[in-house]
Design a protein around this ligand. Structure first.
Ligand SMILES: [Zn+2]
Length: 223
C-alpha cells in the first residue's frame, strides 16, 4: 500500500520533499537557532532585494544570505512600477512600503540579470503576449527603460543586455517617485543600488554613481 502511494507522487512533488529533507539534514541543522529566534522575535532585515522571478537568479544563493537577511520581492523582469495615487492592488508597491516604513531597511537593491525572458519578450514584442491578461501589460512598464537607450544601444546584438541594464536604472528612478522612499534617501537613512547577475559566468556587477555596471571581485579579501 505504501509503495503504491509513493509511486503516485509526481516527480515535482517528490523533488520538493527531497529538497526539504536535504534542508533539514543540512543548512537547518546549523541554522535551527536562527530560525527559532527569528520566528519568536520577528524579522529585522537591513536589505530589501527586488529581483526577477527567474528560477536561475536566486538572491539568497548569490549573496549567501541567511534567513532574516533579505526581504525579497520577485516579479517578472525585476520591475519597480512608478508610484501611483490610484487605489488598487499594487503588490510591488505594498512590499516596498512595508520594507521602508515598517522594517526600515537600510538599502533597496534592484537586481537584474542576463538572458531575462521578460526583457526578451519586450524586445521581440511577442504577439501572443498582447492578448494575455497580465504579462503583456506588465512588461510595457519597460517602455521608459527602453526610451533611455540610444539608437546604437538598441541594435539587435546589444539591445537585450542594454535593456537589462536600463530596466534596473529605471526601477531605481521609479523608487524615488515613492514619497517615503525619496524622504528616507534624502535623510540618509536609505540607499538604493542597482545590481546585475550574469548567469553564464556567475558574475555580479554593481551600478556606479554614473549608472555604469562594474564587476565585483569574487575573491575574498584578506585571506
Ligand atoms: Zn528575468
Amino acid at each position: 500500500m505504501c509503495v503504491t502511494n509513493q509511486l503516485q507522487i509526481p516527480s515535482w512533488k517528490q523533488d520538493l520533499i527531497s529538497g526539504y529533507q536535504e534542508f533539514r539534514s543540512g543548512a537547518y541543522k546549523t541554522q535551527r537557532g536562527e530560525y527559532a529566534r527569528l520566528g519568536t522575535d520577528g524579522q529585522n532585515p537591513e536589505i530589501m532585494m527586488v529581483a526577477c522571478a527567474d528560477s536561475r537568479v536566486n538572491p539568497s544563493a548569490i549573496f549567501h544570505a541567511h534567513p532574516g537577511e533579505l526581504f525579497t520581492l520577485r516579479n517578472v523582469a525585476n520591475i519597480v512600477p512608478p508610484f501611483e495615487n490610484e487605489k488598487g492592488l499594487h503588490g510591488a508597491s505594498a512590499a516596498i512600503e512595508y520594507a521602508v516604513l515598517s522594517l526600515k531597511v537600510k538599502a533597496i537593491v534592484v537586481m537584474g540579470h542576463e538572458s531575462c525572458g521578460g526583457i526578451q519578450c519586450y524586445l521581440e514584442g511577442e504577439q501572443e503576449l498582447a492578448d494575455t491578461d497580465f504579462i503583456g501589460e506588465w512588461i510595457q512598464l519597460l517602455s521608459d527603460a527602453h526610451g533611455r537607450l540610444t539608437e546604437a544601444e538598441r541594435a539587435p546584438a546589444v539591445a537585450q543586455t542594454n535593456l537589462e541594464y536600463a530596466g534596473i536604472l529605471q526601477s531605481l528612478e521609479n523608487l524615488m517617485t515613492f514619497p517615503f522612499v525619496a524622504k528616507a534617501v534624502q535623510a540618509g537613512e536609505l540607499s538604493l543600488l542597482g545590481a546585475y547577475f550574469s548567469i553564464i559566468q556567475g558574475k555580479l556587477l554593481f551600478a556606479d554613481e554614473n549608472g555604469i555596471f562594474q564587476e565585483i571581485s569574487s575573491e575574498k579579501i584578506g585571506l
